[in-house]
Design a protein around this ligand. Sequence first.
Ligand code: MTE
Length: 320
Amino acid sequence: MTYIKIPKGWEIPENRVTPESVYINRRKFIKDLGIVGAGAISLFSSTACAQDSRLLKQLKPFQEKTLDADKNEDFTVTRPLTDEIDAATFNNFYEFTSSKSTVWRRVEKFKTRPWEIEISGLVDKPMTIDIDDLIKQMPLEERIYRFRCVETWAMVVPWIGFPMKALLEKVQPKTEAKYVRMVTFLDRKVASQQNNTRLPWPYVEGLTLAEAMNDLTLLVVGIYGHILPPQHGAPIRLIVPWKYGFKSIKSIVSIELTDKKPRTFWNVLIPREYGFEANVNPNVPHPRWSQAREWLLPSRDRMYPTQIYNGYGEYVAHLY
Ligand code: MTE
């Protein structure tokens, strides 16, 4: 019998070598070498920041805190993995700056531990829990996901986290709960842009309860084998890979179950440009960016066709 593997939507190959094996080998290599090697190897493999000792220093304490999580083989992609340094030096985190390439420098004073997260609202068992206690209780796994920003850049990242469903099952949503509202920290002393009163701080995002319970919806606490560094939204963030990146809220302090559609940061600010649903769709242009094609970090040289639901239609198309 011939075995034919039918690729899933997000596995469509693209004309680049598959560096996932490189990443896996690198992780093994890093393990063999010990922690100090981790930063060093990442730096040497980067083009943009090859000599930057400040970046090495910034990332090192996070790379040292490795997380034990089995890889979930259902979620891999054939598109090449983004280099850790490229992902860590091109970020959106408007609490700190709107300059993507400098976020990593602006978050140096952002303390992401200790950290509490509150899960409340229309639930039978509300809780407030320290992030590390939560991590101990949850089924951590590694998933390699495609990630797509509405600004048309894309990346492929190995996230470590747990399905949001697992947390919601713990707190037991009441039958009236229809939406999940998530809120980022508010600390004007640490996050200078939160002093800009024209912006509706704190950052808020939301999902329908059905979206939050979907298998793809991940609460993320790690990346590239270790805890999240602050530029990626430490210590806990959302990842919803079939939606544009702005839905994937960072540094969450509150998850509230509600019967009202949450008013979200970007939707409040520019409703014409940012809807609540925000599913990746090549056929619906954003007023400022065609969504037909995307480019992969770090190079804008080549464009690739955008896939509906970012390739994850098999999981989520039935929701819409
Ligand atoms: N969450 C908060 N709190 N603040 C932000 O500015 N930016 C969003 C999202 N989550 C943002 C946020 C946008 S626009 C994107 S594309 C992703 O985070 C970027 O995630 P990354 O920097 O880890 O790649």
